[in-house]
Design a protein around this ligand. Structure first.
Ligand SMILES: [Zn+2]
Length: 287
């Protein structure tokens, strides 16, 4: 069923596990993630970036697809449909179009403007019962000049944003989006401790979940991380599986060119990746 992330975040934080956010790109992606969540009796968050939203013909199309799948596939586990790294405009659009959760990423604004805009989004989201994720400070990425060390958020700024009444808070603790460089310094657990203490009880979100060693993930969850975003890992698994199918010449055998056959190995690879993450995050059986 389509729900906000409010209840699942509260339960995850209190139960010391994390709910995975898996970004979707198309029908196959969405179906694979929903089926895996159901098979593992796990809550799940479907992440939609603005770019993926455009690609899938708009937020309203996505709402229709997800609602239709939940009904047709008989999905009974809690599913949140969540905007990932939303701009102010996109955040307002998904609230209007029927998402159940929204991230407003005001991290590139100064803290005062981030607070003002986050407040406005919270008010709009509350009217319709959506959960809200906000972000403090910039989280590092491949485009950043500094390699090896992701960005770290300021704990006092985190408290300011957390106190506005968000559901969950994304804060940099040395994590990076995309592939991690070989010389990455690892998660900054001192920063996580500071942020966790200051925001006392706020479920924290770890972005850039691809490539963080399992022991660091487990430790971060024990310290207050209740949502972990996974995107690149599903993409890599999907591409590798489809590549293998084509390179083996399977698309040239019989009706192997049928997209339902051609994409099937990719779908299975996404399912395996999502299952592995749900086991690592501890969300299996927690629906
Ligand atoms: Zn992110």
């Amino acid at each position: 069923m389509l729900v906000s992330a409010n209840e699942m975040m509260k339960k995850a934080y209190e139960g010391h596990y994390a709910v995975g956010q898996f970004n979707i790109n198309n029908l196959e992606w969405t179906k694979a993630i929903l089926q895996t969540a159901q098979e593992n009796n796990s809550p799940v968050i479907l992440g939609v970036s603005e770019g993926a939203g455009k690609y899938m013909c708009g937020f309203n199309t996505i709402v229709g697809m997800v609602k239709g799948m939940i009904e047709t596939l008989g999905i009974t586990v809690p599913v949140a449909l969540h905007l990932d790294h939303g701009s102010y405009e996109a955040a307002k659009a998904v609230i209007r179009d029927g998402f159940s959760s929204v991230m407003f990423d005001g991290s590139h604004y100064g803290i005062d403007e981030n607070i003002e805009k986050t407040k406005e989004i919270i008010a709009l989201a509350n009217e319709k019962g959506l959960s809200v994720e906000a972000e403090v400070g910039a989280i590092g990425g491949e485009e950043d000049g500094v390699i090896g060390r992701g960005e770290v958020a300021d704990a006092d700024e985190c408290k300011l944003i957390a106190d506005l009444g968000v559901t969950m808070l994304a804060a940099g603790i040395g994590n990076i989006h995309g592939k991690y460089p070989a010389n990455w310094a690892g998660l900054d657990f001192e920063a996580l401790k500071r942020i966790s203490e200051k925001t006392n009880g706020m479920p924290l979100v770890l972005h850039g979940g691809t490539g963080i060693p399992a022991d660091m993930i487990t430790k971060a969850i024990s310290m207050g991380v209740a949502k972990i975003n996974v995107n690149t890992e599903c993409q890599l698994a999907f591409a590798a599986a489809v590549r293998k199918y084509v390179e083996a010449g399977k698309d040239l055998e019989g009706k192997g060119f049928d997209p339902r056959k051609l994409l099937a190995p990719g779908v299975e690879a996404i399912k395996a990746t999502v299952k592995e993450k749900m086991e690592l995050f501890g969300s299996v059986g927690k629906a």
